[in-house]
Write a new protein. Structure first.
Length: 268
């Protein structure tokens, strides 16, 4: 009999060691980054037990908007039964969603903030997504330029990087933020060429962008233009000048008298 009691006590102690003295919800989030108003919303999270999990949604004034639950969660994890977004979010604003198990009070649960903008509902982040400043760059044609975009808060995990209006051939690694571009000859000119575009980072519903200018230095010399000789217009020939009347001629006399003298006088 004593042996049986001893074995029972050992098993009871082992069971107590495996079972948390006080199970709670330890984390909770939306299953995806946002839900549109025509979708079903669901919450996922963790607990240190296998108890039924409830999620209560209240507006910013504390008014009850509805409840979701997972009546049979897996060990240490839960995922509530999805329900229509419009069942809980009817007007734009901030809401609170609190997850707790049936042995907890709502006030002891795990709370996250949600925002409904009229079209979709998403989690309000604890950290603000922001890119570090990216300085403008200068590069020669056929030379590779690289830099790595980064965010100010390293606690934000898995941000996604992209480009907008980037020059042809420019790329950025979506995970690491590494930018690479080798301007081609055709992207240079006889003067500096400026390329303006945006580096963008997103995380869930958050987005930030940084405008950047890369200057491709003058690649070619402008051809020297030889001066053009204009054809010369030939000057018009001089018109013969009209001879004037000799000084010995008396204009009052009949010109025929001079002809007669020329014909009749040998010395004239």
């Amino acid at each position: 009999m004593r042996a049986q009691i001893g074995i029972l006590a050992v098993f009871s102690l082992f069971f107590l060691m495996l079972t948390p003295a006080y199970a709670i919800v330890t984390s909770m989030t939306l299953e995806k980054s946002f839900y549109t108003e025509d979708e079903n919303i669901t919450f996922i999270g963790t607990q240190n037990g296998t108890d039924t999990v409830f999620v209560i949604i209240r507006d910013s004034n504390g008014n009850f908007e509805g409840m979701l639950s997972d009546p049979s969660p897996d060990d240490g994890e839960f995922s509530v039964i999805p329900r229509q977004v419009t069942n809980f979010f009817k007007s734009e604003g901030i809401y609170n969603a609190t997850g707790f198990i049936d042995t907890q009070k709502e006030s002891e649960g795990f709370t996250i903030k949600l925002e409904f903008d009229g079209d979709k509902v998403f989690e309000v982040p604890d950290a603000i997504l922001q890119l570090n400043t990216i300085s403008d760059k200068i590069v020669d044609v056929e030379k590779t330029i690289t830099f790595t975009a980064s965010i100010t808060d390293s606690s934000i995990k898995d941000p996604v990087f992209s480009l907008k209006n980037e020059p042809t051939g420019a790329t950025i690694d979506a995970s690491t933020g590494k930018f690479v571009w080798t301007p081609s000859k055709s992207q240079g000119n006889i003067q500096d060429v400026h390329y303006n575009f945006d580096v963008i980072v997103t995380h869930g519903s958050q987005e930030d962008k940084e405008s950047i200018k890369i200057t491709v230095k003058q690649a070619y010399e402008e051809p020297v233009k030889e001066p053009k000789e204009e054809p010369k217009t030939p000057e018009p020939p001089e018109e013969p000048k009209e001879l004037g009347i000799a000084s010995f001629v008396d204009e009052t006399k009949d010109p025929q008298s001079y002809v007669d003298r020329y014909n009749n006088e040998a010395t004239y």
